[in-house]
Design a protein around this ligand. Structure first.
Ligand SMILES: [Fe+2]
Length: 237
């Protein structure tokens, strides 16, 4: 049984417009069986894959030489809601529009550590965004994106209290980018900002120039997988 209430489909009157298709330049990319860095379209992956000038502060790690207290203090706490909307990030080259509506991406044959993500979509004034559209996509446990179908891709609608629930697996770290989940979050009849969610205690975070601590989920390890929580904040002013 899912650990969350399945989001209710948005009423027809609130059905958002389809998410903006990827630019033609991105869609015209060559076959992408293996993930590359999520560089903006037209930017060579190598230009950002190992960027070090904007690396986020290191996370606490058993192998870190920095005092744990210093490392923790340097992290930006994941905001619940407030003045700032969720930090936008690139969609990367692997977004596919018109994903199926589903809360679980765990299709038969999907390998990997089970991951359940729950959370909220709220406004910067901390009001729940009922019926928000959330479109998630990520690579598999081997770092591979499905760029011909919709494996590990799906959208859902937040329920009347802005709650979301996603069942999937933990995506792999791939060359140039730490473990992450892409998401577009759209209030009804509003733009659809794109962001990415990250995992705490992932060593690859420390060497990833795209990683941002503010987008780290709170993750709990349980016997049956990982359970993450995150609150998306939309600017609806
Ligand atoms: Fe990605």
């Amino acid at each position: 049984m899912p650990a969350f209430a399945a989001p209710s489909p948005a009423p027809t009157s609130e059905a958002p417009r389809p998410l903006t298709p990827s630019p033609a330049a991105e869609r015209a990319a060559p076959p992408r069986a293996v993930a590359a860095a999520d560089s903006p379209a037209g930017t060579p992956a190598s230009a950002v894959a190992h960027a070090t000038t904007t690396v986020a502060p290191p996370q606490s790690s058993p192998t870190s030489s920095a005092p744990a207290a210093t490392a923790v203090a340097s992290l930006v706490p994941t905001p619940a809601c407030g003045d700032e909307p969720t930090l936008p990030q690139t969609a990367g080259p692997f977004y596919t529009p018109n994903s199926p509506q589903r809360a679980s991406l765990r299709e038969p044959g999907i390998a990997g550590v089970p991951l359940t993500v729950t959370g909220l979509v709220v406004s910067t004034t901390c009001q729940p965004v009922a019926g928000a559209l959330l479109d998630f996509w990520h690579c598999d446990s081997a770092g591979v994106y499905d760029n011909t179908g919709y494996r590990l891709r799906g959208h859902q609608f937040a329920d009347g209290q802005g709650r979301l629930g996603l069942e999937t697996i933990v995506p792999a770290v791939y060359p140039g980018h730490t473990s992450h989940i892409h998401g577009k979050v759209q209030a009804p009849n509003r733009p659809a900002p794109t962001t990415q969610l990250y995992f705490p205690d992932e060593p690859a975070n420390r060497t990833d120039g795209i990683f941002r601590a503010a987008l780290v989920m709170a993750v709990e390890d349980r016997a049956d997988g990982k359970y993450g929580t995150f609150t998306f904040v939309l600017d609806l002013a």
